[in-house]
Structure formats: C-alpha cells, structure tokens
Design a protein around this ligand. Structure first.
Ligand code: HEC
Length: 115
C-alpha cells in the first residue's frame, strides 16, 4: 500500500513541476515584435529576396554588390535604396516588401554591421 501511495505522490509532484516549468517558459517567451524576432524575420527575408545578389553572408565577392556589413548606419538611405532601387542595378522592392519587412531587414543588417 505504502509503495503505491508513494508512486502516486511522486507522479503528482512530477506533474506539478512540469506545469511550473511550462508556465515559466511561457512567461519568458519573446513578444513577436522584440528585437530578436525582427532580426530573425529580417534574416529570412534577406535569404529569400537579397542573398542571391548580395551573398548569404552579406558579401558576394567578385560582384558589384557592396558588402552590406559595411553599409553605414543610415536608415533613410537604406529605406530609399530598398524601396526605389539604385542605378538600375539594385532592383526596387517598394511594391513587394512592406514597411515592416524593410524594418526587419534593417534590424538584421544593422545587427551584422562590422564597422
Ligand atoms: C538583382 C540583384 C540584387 C538584389 C536581388 C538585391 N540587390 Fe541590393 N544591390 C544590388 C546592386 C548591384 C547594388 C549596387 C548598386 C550601385 O551602387 O550601383 C546594390 C546595393 C544595395 C545597397 C547599398 C545602396 C547604397 O545606397 O549604397 C543596399 C543597402 C542593398 N543593395 C540592399 C538590398 C536588400 C535589402 C535587398 C533585398 C530586399 C537587395 N539589396 C536585393 C543588387 C541587388
């Protein structure tokens, strides 16, 4: 008798601690618009829309695309280039990407800046 009561109590204690861990993980989950989430989203957009020209690591050696890790901390210039393109070589994205997408790209590129 004692043995089975002990197992039940142990099971109950285990169940309670599992629920406590799950609740703690929920409480610490990042909100969707946190800085990390923006960088992650920007990284995904970059991989899909930009990396075939600019390279997977923001540098495409031997091509005319600039090293984006060296792009200056100039948000307005970034948004203008991405929306309108540049010199007929960088294509415009204003009809394809919305402001959130571009903000997430900026978060990602800013997070990898090397200067
Ligand atoms: C078809 C190839 C191509 C794609 C796709 C492309 N780019 Fe470019 N990008 C270029 C070229 C070429 C340049 C250099 C333009 C120049 O200076 O004449 C450039 C330049 C830039 C610059 C520097 C502009 C400046 O003011 O100096 C930024 C920033 C940039 N691209 C961001 C992006 C982002 C973000 C994406 C994805 C949404 C992207 N590019 C997709 C080809 C591309």
């Amino acid at each position: 008798m004692q043995g089975s009561y002990g197992r039940a109590a142990a099971f109950a204690a285990l169940a309670i601690s599992v629920m406590a861990i799950a609740a703690a993980q929920c409480a610490s989950a990042q909100p969707a618009d946190s800085a990390d989430a923006k960088v992650e989203h920007g990284k995904a957009i970059y991989a899909e829309k930009c990396s075939h020209c600019h390279g997977p690591g923001m540098l495409n050696a031997g091509t005319i695309t600039p090293d984006l890790r060296k792009f200056p901390d100039d948000h307005d210039r970034f948004v203008t280039t991405v929306k309108q393109g540049k010199n007929n070589r960088m294509p415009p994205w204003g009809d394809i990407l919305n402001d959130d997408d571009i903000a997430n790209l900026w978060a990602y590129i800013s997070s990898r800046r090397s200067q």
